[in-house]
Ligand binder design. Structure first.
Ligand code: HEC
Ligand code: HEC
Length: 246
């Protein structure tokens, strides 16, 4: 990582409440040796948010910003907007009550991290500073995991193509896989069809739907995020299925 500046930080709790109190003001710059890059905790947090280096896994190709917006939820982002997130009362639709554990959940499940960020880690403090600097509003974000996969009616291929472009292309590339984040990510049409050639068409449709709704969760492996109802409606999914020819 290019940034070498060490920012002197008070304890985690003091730091968080201090930031809340002085909402909007950048955290002080301190502790930078001469010749190293000078950045505030907030600016360094902004850099980390858009960087793959926030996980120690050498093959991680995701940044927080691949899946999350800050002030708004980007079109078809799988994750919630995160401005103000450190002051929320609960996370993951009520399944988690600790901000840092929520962040570590993402780092572990999606970004392959083998180490946990702790409250005394500079990276954790800087990410929190960045997100708190964006908003002091601690309103919780809904997250509705779709547990039961029902058969969906056919949709509209043209609308499905737009969904694929906005939701899936950021990782999977286009229909042929061009532009995918890494060559290991399968394309959602050709590679998926080839990998599931032995299944019946209705099973393929079900497997695709399950993967989108659950990502690597509920017994599924991999590092894809689950799409809850807030991220993708059943109508969006119907359109997507028709677009990919399922
Ligand atoms: C591969 C996609 C992905 C990546 C990368 C990712 N997240 Fe997430 N994150 C999710 C999903 C999906 C959820 C669960 C739905 C939700 O609540 O947003 C989530 C939830 C969260 C939550 C709980 C939000 C809430 O209020 O419920 C926080 C906080 C969070 N992520 C922070 C981060 C941070 C910080 C990073 C980078 C270190 C990161 N995430 C990387 C997809 C991702
Ligand atoms: C943050 C990156 C990311 C996003 C966004 C994403 N995926 Fe994935 N997806 C992956 C990765 C990585 C894999 C391979 C590892 C795995 O199975 O989890 C994958 C695997 C899949 C598979 C299984 C393919 C196979 O051959 O087994 C399907 C189907 C799929 N994705 C569909 C989608 C669709 C549809 C969307 C958009 C709604 C989407 N994905 C969005 C990262 C992503």
């Amino acid at each position: 990582m290019a940034i070498k500046c060490s920012v002197t930080r008070p304890g985690w709790r003091a730091f968080t409440s201090a930031l809340l109190a002085m909402f909007g003001a950048a955290a002080p710059i301190a502790g930078c040796a001469s010749g190293t890059t000078t950045r505030s905790a907030e600016a360094r947090g902004e850099f980390l948010f858009a960087s793959t280096s926030v996980s120690d896994f050498a093959h991680n190709s995701f940044a927080c910003s691949t899946c999350h917006g800050t002030l708004v939820r980007g079109p078809f982002d799988p994750g919630a907007k995160l401005a103000g997130a450190p002051s929320r009362a609960h996370f993951w639709g009520g399944a988690e009550v600790d901000f840092l554990r929520s962040v570590n959940q993402c780092r572990r499940a999606f970004m392959g991290a083998s180490t946990e960020l702790t409250a005394s880690d500079g990276d954790a403090q800087d990410l929190a500073a960045f997100l708190l600097g964006k908003s002091a509003d601690g309103a919780t974000e809904p997250f509705t995991m779709v547990l039961r996969i029902d058969a969906l009616p056919p949709g509209d291929a043209k609308r499905g193509e737009a969904v694929a472009t906005k939701a899936c292309a950021r990782c999977h590339g286009d229909a042929s896989g061009a532009g995918r984040l890494t060559p290991h990510i399968p394309s959602i049409i050709t590679d998926f069809q080839n990998a599931h050639i032995l299944y019946t068409p209705s099973d393929r449709r079900l497997i695709f739907t399950e993967k989108v709704r659950h990502g690597g969760f509920l017994g599924y492996g991999g590092s894809m995020p689950p799409y809850g109802r807030e991220a993708l409606s059943d109508q969006n999914l119907s359109d997507l299925l028709t677009y990919v020819g399922l």
